[in-house]
Write a protein that binds this ligand. Structure first.
Ligand SMILES: [Zn+2]
Length: 133
């Protein structure tokens, strides 16, 4: 069992903020800002592609509740949502980062070096293979 599975089954301690039948929300141990949480589904998959719809919907609902809470508790002016999936998923267990944002809080995207194409070619490349589930 991975650490997130152990947190989800209360075998490993974590600072639990909120829990539902399908998810557990805990404080991130390396927060971007105070209040940074991880919403962890109670199922071990590493990609949103493998997550059943009801989990995706519940994670979206929990995210909205947390963002409303950030506004009330921290008077946050914004928020961040981040998710790394597949081989980039820590512990191989899907999780959603949600954190409050403030002007000049120092958090930002980091872009790798190199020029990336932005064109209709890219749009066509994606559209050709895009399909409904
Ligand atoms: Zn797991």
């Amino acid at each position: 069992m991975c650490d997130f599975c152990n947190i989800a089954t209360h075998k490993k301690k974590a600072h639990i903020v909120y829990e539902t039948e399908k998810t557990i929300t805990v404080l991130d141990i390396e927060p971007v800002n105070e209040g940074h949480v991880l919403i962890i589904p109670k199922i071990h998959v590493d990609s949103i592609v493998d997550l059943a719809d009801e989990y995706v919907l519940e994670i979206a609902e929990v995210s909205r509740k947390l963002i409303r809470t950030f506004c009330e508790v921290y008077h946050a002016s914004g928020y961040g949502i981040m998710q790394n999936g597949g081989s980039n998923c820590a512990l191989g267990h899907f999780h959603f980062h949600v954190f409050p944002r403030f002007p000049d809080d120092g958090y930002d995207w980091i872009y790798p070096e190199g020029v990336k194409e932005v064109s209709e070619n890219v749009v066509l490349k994606l559209k050709r293979r895009f399909r409904e589930p």
